[in-house]
Design a protein around this ligand. Structure first.
Ligand code: 3PG
Length: 394
């Protein structure tokens, strides 16, 4: 696909799709990572004399809703990029046209939440045409919204010359090296609470990776399926057959499955609840598995040592509760260490995963940490992402 290297943006009106869907509390941005990620594309286009017209969604509003305005986010973005960012109260119509019409080369302007129009999510042709009037080219820098076939994430790519932004390029490059054309052997670590949300992901991974570590609450479902008494642990017992099918598929594909061999168990789901490590044959009937145990951690570390590439999604235990973050934190540190000593290519993504790596203090030490949530999962499921496909085919 084409990138900013393939177009002279000088004097052009560039409709730049970014992901400004940042966490906010009380009207303030609490994590500006996504803003920092899109900064290089914005400043590059601006420096080259393009007019940067930012398109983005925020939240999941049903129609116009002041609490989902992008105005405070645009103000925060201006601080991050240290340049003025104008704002228009609508992304189409007279308001938008007037704002764009007044822009000079190099100016940066953010248009209001595209989801204030229901036509955005419908990828409505009329809405796409309205948006397209505002720009000469479309640049997509929102990998994390690329699983949505919406007007600004996909539709515009059929209407205007389409290019990948720098963050999109970096993301696709990193993800490609992790699963599509990786240095082998490849290990995946998948955690999180539920198997039900990750069935397709696990099925895809077992056919692609050499080893798969399953942790978090979802490991309990697998252990239960194998006949382990998991006490009061979170487990989706109705998915036992699915879990066994995934194990069979892994076996047929020569993918080694690494499940916990011991567990840290407490009787309450609470920070600092008294806890003990038990072997799988001794989980107390009134106990809850809240983390992987020390022997499991040793196995996970050994498996990481055997790998050249790591893809990680989801915490290994209840990482939001100390000390049940231990398995996740020490394994993340181990992977970070291997990465720093150039023995491992490590890619991680998904909402909780980034928070967990940051909690371990190693987010910056992985080869690449994606800020994508749903899009990262769909990529791990092996699904084509509409916002990426359109860049390939136009
Ligand atoms: C995200 O936050 O993962 C993206 O911005 C996509 O948001 P959505 O799930 O509301 O489409």
């Amino acid at each position: 696909f084409r990138t900013l290297d393939d177009v002279d943006v000088k004097g052009k009106r560039v409709l730049l799709r970014v992901d400004l869907n940042v966490p906010m509390e009380g009207g303030r941005v609490t994590d500006a990572t996504r803003l920092e990620r899109v900064a290089p594309t914005i400043t590059e286009i601006s420096d080259k004399g393009g007019k940067v017209i930012l398109l983005a969604h925020f939240g999941r509003p049903k129609g116009r809703d002041a609490k989902d305005s992008l105005k405070p986010v645009a103000a925060e973005l201006a601080k991050v990029i240290k340049r003025p960012v104008g704002f228009a109260d609508d992304c189409i119509g007279e308001v938008a046209a007037k704002a764009v019409g007044a822009m000079k080369d190099g100016d940066i302007h953010c248009l209001e939440n595209t989801r204030f129009h229901k036509e955005e999510e419908k990828n409505d042709a009329g809405f796409v045409a309205e948006l397209a009037k505002l720009g000469d080219i479309w640049v997509n820098d929102a990998f994390s919204a690329a699983h949505r076939a919406h007007a600004t994430t996909e539709g515009l790519g059929h209407k205007l010359p389409a290019y990948a932004g720098r963050t999109m390029q970096a993301e696709l490059d990193a993800l490609g090296k992790a699963l599509d054309a990786p240095t082998k052997p490849v290990i995946a670590i998948v955690g999180g609470a539920k198997v039900s949300t990750k069935i397709e992901l696990l099925e895809n991974l077992v056919s692609k990776v050499d080893a798969l570590v399953i942790g978090g609450g979802m490991a309990n479902t697998f252990l239960h399926a194998q006949g382990v008494a998991v006490g009061k642990s979170l487990a989706e017992k109705d998915l036992a057959a699915t879990a066994l099918r995934i194990l069979d598929k892994a076996n047929a594909a020569n993918c080694a499955i690494i499940l916990p061999v011991d567990a840290v168990v407490a009787s309450q789901f609470a920070a600092n609840a008294p806890s003990h490590a038990y072997g799988l044959d001794a989980i107390p009937t009134d106990g809850m598995i809240l983390d992987v145990g020390p022997q499991s951690i040793a196995r996970i570390h050994a498996a990481i040592d055997d790998a050249a590439t790591l893809v990680w999604n989801g915490p290994l235990g209840a990482f939001e509760l100390t000390p049940f973050d231990r398995g996740t934190v020490v394994s993340a540190k181990h992977a970070a260490q291997r990465t720093k000593s150039k023995k491992l290519i490590s890619v991680a993504g998904g909402g909780d995963t980034v928070a967990a790596l940051n909690q371990a203090g190693v987010g910056g030490d992985f080869t690449y940490v994606s800020t994508a949530g749903g899009a990262f999962l769909e990529w791990m499921e092996g699904k084509p992402l509409p916002g990426v496909e359109v860049l390939k085919h136009g």
